[in-house]
Design a protein around this ligand. Structure first.
Ligand code: SF4
Length: 387
């Protein structure tokens, strides 16, 4: 693809990359293993609603789906490929290397299947040659530096290598060498690169988190070290993201959190469900936020009113909720039980994570009756609250 032709196409894409109301946004697709197939449903929903991203910033599976978007795969093509993928298309145990090198083997899985998949649709294209803007996160395994491939000065490398590096969860896949550095999954430092995306000349963000560890999960402790390590990684990534979003001071963000927590990172038995859930969650977020996210100067959306309650028969008085929730949400009464807020609370999608840290499941949250969210309006505050 020639440079002039690429620039022309790039400019045309930029012209088109404006949502119906002229709100330019970056789509941020996070990592989460196979759960990231939900991103396909997200793209489908955004397309249906006329929300066209200016660029995609992705990590891990988010980088892979973003790369397919960047070379102009249609959502129908993406959906077809995603539905047909099996574990053996990506994860083939590197038995020979494991036998020969044991603990010095470069990775649990062979690189070839993922390489073949990436080379199949990206070839040797560099970021300069993509018809749509893409940025991919990875981390230097030796020095810990985060590298965002696709930014100025970091565009003349094969996209396939950058995406491979971004997918290379340490221990699962060998680090990928690019320009003399050895790179792995960007999730080690930035699983959902919202801050980087906010600096790309856009009005706001649509961010999709598929790395949540919030749900109770079928027990993994006897599922083998790969499953235990994957679950441990999810918990770490979730905690890092929670902190980052809690202090979010960037432009308005529509945060989409498909309910995919129950699906293991490496399971290919829920492909259709994951895509459908990505679609559902995106439509729900768009409906919940309405135009508020495009009018807002900042904040995380959609917002809603929620009633928070404590079951006193369950509360053991540990006080964790007082410490973990925003100041003033809970207090301890004279009998040593927690007391919740008397008024409905305005929540964003990241609010309420403290609920899952109550050791006796004494805290519940429900949409406020006759909820009238300040940014959602009408019945838009009726989405189920985390519980
Ligand atoms: S975290 Fe749960 S058990 Fe502990 S004080 Fe709060 S409501 Fe009670």
């Amino acid at each position: 693809m020639g440079t002039a032709a690429t620039l022309t196409l790039h400019e045309r894409t930029r012209q088109a990359a404006v949502s119906a109301e002229g709100w330019r946004f970056a789509l941020v697709l996070g990592g989460g293993g196979v759960k990231g197939l939900a991103h396909v449903g997200v793209l489908k929903a955004l397309e249906e609603r006329g929300w066209v991203p200016d660029l995609i910033v992705g990590n891990s599976i988010g980088a892979l789906i973003g790369a397919a978007w960047a070379v102009e795969f249609s959502t129908a093509e993406l959906e077809s490929v995603a539905c047909s993928m099996t574990r053996h298309d990506l994860f083939v145990v590197a038995r020979r290397e494991m036998a020969a090198h044991r603990l010095r083997a470069p990775g649990l899985y062979k690189a070839e299947p993922l390489d073949m998949l990436l080379r199949g649709f990206l070839g040797e294209a560099t970021f300069d040659q993509l018809p749509r803007r893409l940025v991919v996160a990875s981390v230097d395994i030796n020095c810990g530096m985060v590298t965002y491939w696709g930014l100025p000065g970091l565009r003349r490398v094969p996209v396939a290598d950058a995406v491979f590096a971004s997918c290379a969860l340490p221990g699962f896949f060998a680090p990928r060498e690019i320009d003399g550095r050895f790179l792995v999954d960007g999730a080690l430092a930035d699983n959902l690169p919202v801050a980087l995306a906010a600096g790309q000349g856009v009005d706001g963000l649509v961010a999709v988190d598929v790395g949540s560890s919030g749900a109770l999960r079928a027990e993994v402790q006897e599922s083998g070290f790969a499953a235990v390590f994957a679950r441990a990684s999810e918990i770490v990534f979730h905690q890092m993201l929670e902190y980052r979003l809690a202090t979010w001071a960037g432009p308005a963000m529509l945060l989409v959190q498909p309910r995919v927590e129950h699906v293991p990172m490496l399971s290919f038995t829920h492909n259709r469900e994951l895509i459908d859930e990505g679609y559902r969650a995106t439509i729900a977020a768009l409906d919940g936020a309405g135009d508020a996210v495009r009018r807002a100067g900042g904040g995380i959306h959609p917002r809603r009113l929620v009633e928070v309650a404590v079951d006193r028969t369950r509360c053991v008085g540990c006080g964790a909720c007082v410490v973990l929730a925003p100041p003033g949400t809970f207090r301890m009464d004279q009998s040593g039980k927690a007391v919740g807020p008397s008024e409905p609370q305005e929540w964003s999608p990241i609010s309420g994570d403290f609920i899952r840290h109550c050791p006796t499941y004494a805290i519940t949250a429900h949409p406020a009756r006759a909820a009238r969210g300040p940014t959602g309006g009408g019945s838009r505050g009726t989405a189920p609250a985390p519980a």
